[in-house]
Write a protein that binds this ligand. Structure first.
Ligand SMILES: [Fe+2]
Length: 393
């Protein structure tokens, strides 16, 4: 996150003595990314952050692949994913490759018995249903419907839900998740043509410092394994920090759509980028205003990227038979486009209320066993103009 942020107290000069009121020193930690080359923060702990007491079991969290190579368009009924009490157990990977694991979760309970850290991947949690607080060792971020939560790898966190009705789309990215470079100046400030600005970010707040000793379970994801470590001190013991590496939130409702006289291409919806995929927000907006414009998209050949769309709310203009929580996957290799009737029906419409999140990956996505359970199985025939053709073969 290229904005300097700070919470709590820290010494005026980095790497110098920072004395506790009770005597002794606070323990400084440089929390960097990309070696010493990326964004970093400097943290000050009450206790050494290295006090491992026990290392317990390691559980293999690797997704189970059902179809690694395929060319079929898919429709997954996302709300058919069964709710589960535990946040991590509720996470079901659906579409995966070596760059990203995209999944759905319907957790019912807050995380209170353990702490969690993903050391493999930056996490993006998109909150479709539910409210609560992302609690981290760098401060808290309240969240609600429509929030993206970006959690850089290594952040220790817990998640607290206000109710049991929660639905989350998530992506675990093995590449750092940034905002699009073309919207930032050479220094990192968002430019005037960016569809969002720094004021829209939800930065960590309300830093809580726990000076506690005991046994604290931390589940750490590394190389696809979930390791169970017991620490001797409370992981949320930071008294202050400053820097650029921290979790943050951004509401999809604060994305200001870019519109034009004729149909605008998907990159205008781009919200985040990595070196391997992009995340786009399709938001309510006015339609194209050329007198002969066709608001629905043209057919397009995503020949070198897979396109995954997660439908959040509203009417999705170019699709039929789509509801909230559905995922469509348009794989690379074949073109796709509006469903029969929607192209013509879009003419003359002045606005859309659609709300969706799109993830386009440059490498093909594999389908997991979880995905096959909620696949409608016939979506790939949904573009046929003669419905009776769909009964054949
Ligand atoms: Fe598309």
């Amino acid at each position: 996150m290229p904005i300097y942020h700070k919470l709590g107290k820290f010494p005026p000069k980095r790497h110098t003595q920072f004395e506790k009121p009770s005597g002794g020193l606070y323990y400084e930690q440089l929390f960097g990314t990309i070696g010493f080359d990326g964004m970093s923060s400097l943290l000050y702990h009450v206790h050494r952050p290295t006090q491992v007491k026990e290392i317990g079991e390691a559980i293999d969290m690797s997704p189970k692949i059902a179809e690694a190579k395929h060319i079929k368009s898919r429709k997954l009924i996302g709300f058919d994913v069964a709710p589960k009490d535990d946040f991590l157990e509720s996470r079901e990977p659906m579409l995966v490759n070596n760059d990203v694991q995209i999944g759905l979760a319907a957790p019912k309970k807050s995380m209170t018995e353990y702490f969690y850290k993903n050391s493999d991947a930056d996490e993006m949690l998109f909150i479709h249903k539910g409210t609560g607080t992302l609690k981290t060792f760098l401060g808290n971020i309240p969240f609600e419907y429509g929030d993206y939560l970006i959690i850089p790898r290594g952040m220790i966190y817990q998640i607290e839900f206000d109710t049991e009705e929660n639905r989350i789309l998530y992506a675990e990215s093995f590449h750092p998740i940034y905002t699009p470079k073309r919207y930032r100046n050479w220094f990192g400030q968002l430019l005037e043509h960016s569809p969002f600005c720094e004021r829209d970010y939800k930065l960590p707040q309300d830093l809580q410092t726990h000076d506690e000793k005991g046994e604290f379970l931390m589940k750490i994801k590394k190389q696809g394994m979930l390791h169970h470590l017991v620490y001797a001190t409370h992981p949320f013991d930071v008294v202050g920090w400053d820097g650029y590496n921290y979790p943050y939130g951004f509401s999809i409702h604060n994305f200001e759509p870019i519109t034009g006289r004729v149909h605008q291409p998907p990159p205008v919806h781009q919200t985040f980028e990595t070196s391997a995929f992009v995340i786009c927000s399709f938001c309510p907006r006015l339609y194209d205003y050329h007198p002969k414009s066709i608001p629905a998209p043209y057919n397009h050949s995503n020949i070198d990227s897979d396109e995954m769309l997660y439908y959040v709310d509203g009417d999705f203009m170019s699709r039929t038979g789509i509801g909230p929580g559905y995922i469509s996957l348009h794989p690379a290799g074949i073109p796709h486009g509006p469903h029969p009737g929607t192209y013509e029906a879009s003419i003359g419409k002045t606005k859309t209320e659609e709300l969706a999140v799109m993830i386009d990956t440059f490498k093909p996505l594999q389908l997991t066993e979880n995905a096959m359970k909620i696949d409608d199985g016939k979506y790939y025939k949904s573009w046929l103009e003669d419905p009776s053709d769909s009964q054949k073969g």
